[in-house]
Design a protein around this ligand. Structure first.
Ligand code: SF4
Length: 401
């Protein structure tokens, strides 16, 4: 197996917009969780088998391990070492892209960052979200803008040469001027990779309640679309390649992959595996895996709650919550919906290798219609979203279901 996701479901406190599977004030359970997680990883290592249907594009990706959350940087270096050691039985660390998400409020200075780097983490993803302190407070973030600036500088000093920053637009109180100030500042940092997300108001979150009660206002759809468009032009002008709807990487070594054109060297290979609809294992509370090898292609998820996850592993059982069978039709639709998120779109060879059928035979009528609507276009051997289609991505994706 080439790709592995590991979920660390702990956060110091819960951000007001977050609906991820993560828990605040449970740090007393981190050690027991790490023991259970390592046991699950060892169990998964026994089930590993090579993924079939790998296209040349998927085969060109680095092996990857992605520590997401939650806040993986709440783990001590010793705990991180044990997790990575167990993970390496599935995906060997040599030549792998090993990413860890992090919260600037939990990065414990240069020594911690140096230790992380020495353990083999070679890509750090920092959730900065905003460089405006009043907005960070509304979001319930545990760091200030200055702390994010300092954490970024410390990560560089600690030797991280592949850093991603996450930002959100369409935030409470955010206007175009404030957003452009943020964009202007980010590009001066020379960061390797940026992920930009439009705020999604999730029901059951405090921010949703505040907005629907009229206590907090957020920019309307037009203003949010303008922010997205301005981000695309800012990053293009600063020599970043937008290689996916929400993701930008520094241009300096575009075209590294001969099989996957125009993907910059600092693109996130773990996420590329998702967008190429590749197989991946996952471990940890609430983690999702995707396996199409063997006789029963399926997606699986692990038990959500920390205590139940630990208890199940303690009893020696695999902590599965759900297994969802995947049909050939699911695979075709997902290969299109995920692949069209990439700016290079879906390669006909990739589709044929992944799905065993020609793209034109399966989706010819949909492609013809979407081209006539100006939402997708053909390039040699590929189909991709047009700039207009990128603004209406969900509408396009639904046509392949
Ligand atoms: S730090 Fe991230 S995972 Fe944790 S509560 Fe905030 S948004 Fe959610």
């Amino acid at each position: 197996m080439k790709h592995l996701y590991i979920h660390i479901p702990f956060c110091r406190s819960r951000c007001s917009y977050c609906d991820f599977n993560t828990y605040a004030n449970r740090e007393d359970r981190i050690e027991a969780y790490v023991v259970a997680l390592c046991a699950e990883l060892r169990l998964l290592a026994e089930t590993v088998s090579p993924a079939p249907h790998a296209s040349a594009e998927a085969a060109s990706l680095h092996p990857t391990i992605f520590l997401g959350g939650g806040t993986p940087t709440l783990l001590s270096l010793g705990q991180m070492e044990r997790v990575l050691e167990a993970a390496s039985a599935i995906v060997p660390l040599a030549n792998a892209e090993v990413s860890s998400e992090s919260n600037p409020g939990t990065i414990l200075g240069r020594n911690y960052l140096r230790g992380l780097r020495q353990l083999g983490v070679n890509r750090l993803s920092m959730g900065v979200q905003s460089l405006h302190d009043p907005t960070l407070r509304i979001l319930g973030r545990i760091h200030t803008a200055d702390e994010a600036r300092r954490s970024y500088a410390e990560a560089r000093e600690a030797g991280f040469d592949n850093i991603n920053l996450d930002f959100i637009f369409g935030l409470p109180g955010q206007d175009q001027t404030q957003w452009e100030d943020t964009l202007n500042e980010i590009v001066t940092w020379g960061v390797d990779h940026v992920s930009l997300y439009s705020l999604i108001l999730e029901e059951q979150t405090p921010l949703y309640a505040q907005v629907t009660a009229g206590r907090v206002s957020i920019p309307d759809d037009d203003a949010t679309a303008t922010m997205y468009e301005s981000a695309m032009s800012h990053f293009a002008a600063a020599d970043y390649v937008q290689y996916e709807i929400s993701n930008f990487a520094r241009k300096d070594d575009v075209g590294q992959s001969k099989t996957l054109p125009d993907i910059p060297a600092r693109a996130c290979h773990h996420n590329l595996a998702y967008w190429l609809n590749s197989d991946y294992l996952a471990a940890g509370a609430g983690a999702y895996g995707h396996i199409t090898s063997g006789d029963s292609p399926h997606r699986y998820s692990d038990i959500l709650a920390i205590d139940a996850y630990i208890a199940t592993m303690d009893a020696g059982h695999r902590p599965l919550a759900e297994t969802i069978p995947l049909s050939a039709a699911d695979r075709r639709a997902e290969t299109m919906m995920m692949g069209l998120r990439l700016n290079v779109g879906v390669g006909e060879d990739h589709f044929a290798a992944r799905c065993g059928e020609a793209l034109a035979d399966v989706y010819g009528p949909q492609i013809t219609e979407l081209i006539s609507q100006g939402l997708i276009e053909r390039t040699p051997g590929r189909v991709r979203l047009t700039p207009h289609g990128r603004m209406l991505g969900n509408q396009v994706f639904l046509r392949f279901l």
